[in-house]
Design a protein around this ligand. Sequence first.
Ligand code: XMP
Length: 517
Amino acid sequence: PALVVDFGAQYAQLIARRVREAGVYSEIVPHTVTAAEIAAKNPVALILSGGPSSVYEEGAPQLDPAVFDLGVPTLGICYGFQYMARTLGGEVANTGLREYGATDAMIPVNDSTLLGGQPAEQNVWMSHGDQVAKAPEGFAVLASTPATPVAAFADEQRRFYGVQWHPEVKHSDHGQEIIENFLHKGAGLPADWNSDNVIAEQVERIRAQVGDARVISAMSGGVDSAVSTALVHKAIGDQLTAVFVDHGLLRKGEREQVERDFVAATGVRLITVDAADTFLGHLAGVTDPETKRKIIGREFIRAFEQVQRDLVEEAKASGEKVRFLVQGTLYPDVVESGGGAGTANIKSHHNVGGLPDDLDFDLIEPLRTLFKDEVRAIGRELGIPEAIVGRQPFPGPGLGIRIIGEVTRERLDILREADAIAREELTLAGLDQTIWQCPVVLLADVRSVGVQGDGRTYGHPVVLRPVSSEDAMTADWTRLPYDVLAKISNRITNEVSEVNRVVLDVTSKPPATIEWE
Ligand code: XMP
């Protein structure tokens, strides 16, 4: 793989994605790995990410300098660029001059591997305090900015390259081109990584792991679990049973849609567990968000354990084992929970349905190395319909965390209707693919006065929470057209009698989160 060394900024994942977009498989490793560990992965290229610190700061992230002796083509970005400069004998200075955001880069040479053929002046995105004052011996300076004399450099002999700006962000004009130039021309790598190869490789791997054993899959109807289930089905056919838990917190028509569309598209045997009574029973009287989440997570586990017991009974009769459980864990989950590559633990990831490790299953996680957009591509390749593959995220705890206050059947019915109207109108307006998602939240303990016909009403408000995001880590509220908002508001207040007010959430994440609970 191409290895992205994570110096602790939030950019490592973005870099890894851009590398894959260039057709080269990438993985992320923490900066604490040794050169020997890196060598053991047989890297075809190294990219050193940006980072939050100054290279001179106490405790600034370090990298084993021996990685520069491995003979692997290397690209340093921002902190990675400065780290490279300093470690290889150049000079990094803290001039007090900072550059944040858009900057003009001047590119005096037009024939370099990295920047060749690009405009002599281009808009690039910067975020740094220190700067490289002098390139190390053997390096040619390729670019400068008003505040930075050395903004890009290259040592063609050793195939070492670096840029001060962030080529991985879309605000840098020719960013992707720089990454591709490094990979294809600098490191000489072909663009041969794509979803076809991934499917073939995973199918083989799953068959080897499973043999002729029986497998169940946790299938929520979301993109990740649908694609992982379909992939495993492609590998082992009817050895697989998918399990869908109806916890009573689903959206209008969701269960029917999953049962119909998913099964029609894949032919997978699907069991639906009817658990609404159980879930709602345990949620009665509960208003605290974390308590709700914990109860829902726990009841998911109970539901799966029950299925496991049922299938064990069944399996005993036929002499087969039910040992494997499929989960749609993605690469960001693995990276963020410090798994696999051993990166910093940002948050413990809660996988499908919040299933714990001590559940008595061996896990099959065929999407463990993939990003969301890659999973979607694979889903399309597998013939999963757009209604599933292009689906917006929906949280495992469902509408249970979109009712502020106690969750009751009556309140769920109200929210389901309002949510269905919002989704329908956003789809009609052609906006469902441009927004990330639009939770509708019922403020169940709030009432306000309204007037309808000749009468006074005293109903509940619902909140529209339309957000735009690339990965849900950060988000901005979406500026939906007024006429679409008006239509949604009109319809909800007319068609859902308990709701007499519709309000818009205009907060980004951070400081708010996407969901209200
Ligand atoms: P927040 O509210 O943390 O949400 O900004 C970020 C994204 O994650 C979804 N979400 C969840 N997904 N189980 C899930 O599978 C959960 O418990 C959960 N909580 C939030 C949320 O819809 C958004 O897309």
